[in-house]
Write a protein that binds this ligand. Structure first.
Ligand code: ADP
Length: 502
């Protein structure tokens, strides 16, 4: 099949969170399965160009539309892991892709709507008939209505449009005028059947447009799929998801086993195998990595475990519980390292206060930025990873942690429910229990779960070892997910007997 992914992030060129990893991992696996896979991304000013090969100018005169003007774009093309990547460079007087960041600019809506229109024009001009156009989250969701309402009439031929919702919280709400600017009369789309926002019908909801106009849509874990059909987790879109339930599925993400491989990871002080039968070597190496990291960070060893948190520090990730956990863990003669980025404004002062409270504490270290290399050495050194997310669509962090022999301590929600089973869950065979979970997101439950984890580490070495081994043995590769997506693709294409699959 000829598959084109269109996304706002793609690791290792540009990554804010899991979305970048997921688009890369899925596309790479699909290419390995023999599909012809391409990716289209904005040519941001923050692209990591060292990670792209053979970058050349592919199209110098792609014209796109905004208001009633035509704007010039250029398209560059290069290769990342056998995937052809097209980068759209906007020669627009607002320099849409030069914000020094992916999201968080005041004109995000205009930037991504412009991108969606330019990409649709590019696909049309290419005349290559993609079997699958796979869009991701609100920034590229508008491609579904743009293609169905503009480019289909112009003769653009394609198989199916698939949307993946990586996080339903972010929906791209905007005024009808925003949509009008790129050529779809906004007022015509402000109806319940189309893009009207369910909470405020005077505005539009771009993610809803993706749900309505895609041929199938998926989210990133089976439990999150169930959750977002309920009012408490759907952020207002639960009704839209339920309405289209028959074209909806939950497909658990994978992780990239080559990228996340302690045996070949250059960021580790001491690489180690992942095969659970080498458990003694693994545990010894993790100890050595911990000691080396403590030395580097000028921390002192503790009797208790080293617990890590690697996270964006936004409301979703439970920042208050992260701070509460740090206070608690440090009182238990255990250590905590926090690697946190993208701090929500609301919590900035809390984290500033936290770092000044524990400045020079021998068992605590915090780095409040994004640092890929440090994250690798922390996954290897930590005994446990803490994730008190209020909701978690899938979560890659706990899967990466288990791949590094690090035990997850998580709030039982979304993808965390699908990947972590509590050590004391009597309904699950002992051999399948791989971590610690808590049900209620409150400070008492956080303390209880941490207490259980610390006590197990200190007094039940055999059980701890079993948790590490179980986590290491789980297959988190992309294979299963890529096969599930392939079935979804084929199912949608079956409904189009006139279309010939490449
Ligand atoms: P989300 O996509 O919501 O941020 P996930 O758990 O799905 O959460 O994915 C997070 C990814 O980002 C993981 O690869 C994790 O290692 C990485 N990550 C998160 N915060 C940081 C950070 N501060 N520095 C480096 N990597 C980070």
């Amino acid at each position: 099949m000829y598959i084109v992914h269109i996304a706002s992030e793609f690791a290792p060129l540009v990554k804010v969170g899991g979305l970048g990893d997921v688009v890369h991992g899925l596309a790479k696996e699909q290419a390995l399965m023999g599909h012809d896979v391409e990716l289209i991304l904005p040519k941001y000013d923050i692209i990591q160009y060292q990670n792209i090969k053979n970058l050349t100018l592919e199209m110098s005169d792609l014209w796109s539309f905004e208001d009633s003007s035509r704007y010039h774009n250029a398209v560059f093309c290069g290769i990342v892991d056998n995937i052809k990547v097209h980068l759209i460079e906007a020669h627009h007087n607002h320099y849409y892709f030069n914000r020094g960041k992916v999201y968080g600019a005041p004109d995000d809506i205009e930037r991504f709507l412009y991108f969606c229109r330019a990409v649709s024009e590019f696909l049309h001009l290419q005349k290559r008939k993609p079997d699958i156009i796979h869009i991701h989250d609100w920034p590229t969701a508008p491609i579904a209505p743009i293609i169905k309402h503009i480019y289909k009439d112009l003769g653009f031929s394609y198989g199916s449009i698939i949307l993946t919702i990586h996080n339903i919280e972010h929906q791209g709400k905007c005024s009808p005028a925003n949509l009008s600017r790129i050529g779809l009369r906004g007022e015509d789309f402000r109806t319940e059947e189309r893009l009207a926002d369910p909470k405020d019908p005077s505005i539009l909801n771009l993610l809803k447009g993706g749900i309505v106009y895609s041929d199938a849509f998926a989210t990133v874990s089976p439990t999150y799929a169930k959750e977002i059909m309920t009012p408490s987790s759907g952020f207002g879109l639960d009704g839209a998801v339920r309405r289209f339930e028959d074209k909806f599925s939950g497909i658990l993400n994978g992780i990239e086993l080559d990228c996340w491989n302690p045996a070949s990871d250059k960021s580790l002080f001491f690489p180690y195998p992942t095969n659970a039968t080498y458990i003694e070597t693994i545990l010894r190496s993790k100890e050595a990595n911990k000691e080396a990291l403590f030395n580097k960070l000028e921390m002192q060893p503790t009797k208790g475990p080293l617990i890590a948190c690697i996270s964006r520090l936004v409301k979703q990730k439970g920042p208050k519980f992260i701070i509460h956990a740090i206070d608690y863990v440090l009182k238990q003669n255990a250590a905590f390292i926090l690697l946190g980025s993208s701090i929500d404004h609301e919590f900035e002062n809390d984290f500033k206060e936290l770092t000044s409270r524990y400045k020079n504490h021998p068992h605590f270290f915090a780095k409040l930025s994004f640092d890929e290399e440090f994250s690798h050495s922390l996954y290897a050194a930590a005994d446990a990873i803490f994730m008190p997310s209020l909701f978690e669509p899938c979560g890659l962090t706990q899967m990466i942690a288990m791949r590094y022999g690090t035990v997850p301590i998580v709030h039982k929600t979304g993808g965390l429910t699908d990947t972590v089973t509590d050590i004391d869950n009597p309904k699950i065979p002992l051999i399948l229990r791989n971590g610690f979970t808590f049900e209620n997101p409150d400070p008492t439950s956080v303390e209880r779960v941490l207490k259980r984890a610390i006590s197990c580490y200190l007094t039940e070495k055999k059980r701890w070892r079993q948790l590490v081994q179980t986590g290491l043995a789980i297959d988190f590769s992309w294979k299963k997910s890529a096969l599930s997506y392939e079935s979804v693709y084929l199912e949608t294409l079956k409904k189009k007997p006139d279309f010939k699959v490449a």
